[in-house]
Design a binder for this molecule. Structure first.
Ligand code: SF4
Length: 462
């Protein structure tokens, strides 16, 4: 964008999941297409808060930021302040009540309209609330947003949303309300997007969806998640394919076979279990039993022996007893996850779990959470230590921000590897031997190119 085309600065603050990161990238691309340039918040003409409602904390942070922006609006009244994302979808009236200086509230189904809404505010000088979810009742591909790929900054790793919304209605989760019914993008459209990203320098794509491996229902031209992985595996230039977050029950045999046989689909699976107790799973409306989950993991580990398995675990769901908590601890010992995202249940207004009696006291939740984190950390470290000496192909992303003087990248299993190395390695895949283990991954040493031929890669995908 030449300086003469610049019409203003924009800033986007993002909370929450990778889906929100991807939405923010799409909004940035839209604004840059209109002539806006990235700017610090206090110099921007448009400030967007892309919010998260999954837990209480990100909501509190967003309201606190809105409080700070009140000052900005007083000193720079022309600044357009917008709230987008799940909070915008869930509580537009509350946002307008608590922060009347907000100019626009844009729901998750309306971000395509961002430039038009900004234009309208500039013209009419009235606040706008746009939270229609036309997809609330329908699941058609017609209700997936259009995407911008051309003109976005080249990236080594790119996110690609392949589906939106969720039909599972877990009793603790607000997502089906804030993101609407499950809709998948047509496969041809996704393939074209990934081909373009590859031609712009992307080497790794991460496919995004609330239940990403449920992909493909209700498409005019049918395509399963396994078929989509196969099509993306054929795209020249793409070296690694990852995806998040899957739903355990939708790991059918075709998906497991695709992970086992497609060389670009990385041996890293995130499979949220939530708890290790059947009664709680039922109350959560998760749709699987512990035995069914156990079988999916056994099938996966048998087909993909090098797979790294990670999970989500929620403690303190309403009614969780000491015994049920111990069942979760025992299941974590049995599964030996490579790592886990662990958190305390947080009531979300509008969900069924909020209305359940027997809310677990905060102190109990925290005590259980601390015990679980200690257990999982011990397992993570044991697994990583057992892999010292192994050689991994690492796609180098840049200099480590935390380990001065070292390069950093991910192993196929999605673990961080930091290592010293000469020359510019960004974008290259190099072989690195793990020499020490940490909770976050490994430190290693690069295998010199002349020695690579003799190296046995014990943890390469098939
Ligand atoms: S599967 Fe359950 S936890 Fe995941 S997004 Fe859907 S409702 Fe929420």
């Amino acid at each position: 964008m030449s300086q003469s085309n610049r019409i203003g600065g924009y800033a986007i603050l993002t909370w929450g999941c990778q889906m929100n990161d991807d939405d923010s990238a799409q909004m940035a691309a839209m604004l840059e297409g209109e002539g806006y340039e990235l700017a610090p918040v206090d110099e921007a003409d448009v400030v967007l808060l892309n919010t998260c409602s999954v837990r209480a904390k990100p909501e509190q942070k967003a309201y606190s930021k809105l409080g700070q922006l009140r000052e900005l609006k007083l000193t720079r009244p022309g600044t357009i302040i917008g709230v987008c994302g799940c909070m915008a979808q869930k509580e537009a009236p509350e946002i307008r009540r608590r922060a009347p200086h907000v100019d626009m509230v844009i729901g998750t189904g309306q971000i395509d309209r961002l430039p038009a809404l900004i234009e309208r505010i500039r013209r009419e000088r009235v606040p706008i609330v746009a939270t229609d979810l036309p997809n609330r009742k329908v699941r058609s591909e017609k209700y997936t947003p259009s995407r911008i790929v051309e003109g976005t900054a080249p990236k080594l790793k790119s996110f690609v949303s392949i589906s939106y919304g969720c039909d599972k209605f877990c009793t603790f989760c607000i997502v089906p309300i804030t993101r609407g019914k499950e809709r998948s993008r047509p496969a041809d459209e996704i393939v074209i997007e990934v081909e373009r990203l590859a031609s712009q320098g992307t080497r790794q794509v991460t496919l995004l969806g609330q239940t990403v491996n449920s992909y493909g229902k209700f498409l005019d031209a049918p395509c399963s998640f396994a078929n989509l992985l196969a099509r993306l595996n054929d795209i020249e230039g793409i070296e690694r394919i990852r995806y998040t977050s899957p739903y355990p029950k939708d790991f059918n045999s075709d998906v497991i076979a695709a992970i086992a046989t497609l060389p670009k689909v990385m041996p890293q699976v995130h499979m949220p279990v939530q708890v290790g107790d059947d009664t709680l799973l039922e109350r959560m409306h998760r749709g699987y039993s512990i035995d069914q989950y156990r079988k999916i993991v056994a099938d996966l580990r048998s087909a993909v022996p090098d797979v790294a398995l990670t999970t989500d675990i929620m403690l303190g769901f309403p009614g969780e007893t000491d015994e049920q908590f111990e069942n979760t601890m025992a299941f974590v010992r049995e599964m030996r996850y490579d790592s886990a995202f662990m958190f305390a249940y947080s009531p979300r207004e509008g969900t069924k779990a909020t209305e359940m009696g027997d809310q677990v006291p905060h102190t109990v939740k925290i005590r259980r959470l601390e015990a679980l984190i200690a257990l999982q950390n011990q397992i993570t470290l044991e697994i990583n230590e057992s892999e010292i000496g192994r050689v991994y192909p690492v796609l180098v992303e840049g200099q480590s921000p935390k380990d001065a003087g070292k390069w950093t990248g991910l192993t196929p299993q999605g673990k961080t590897m930091n290592f010293p190395g000469d020359g510019d390695l960004i974008g290259k895949t190099v072989l690195v031997r793990a020499t020490s283990a940490h909770l976050w991954g490994y430190t290693g040493e690069q295998i010199p190119a002349k020695e690579e031929r003799g190296i046995k890669l014990t943890l390469l995908p098939a």
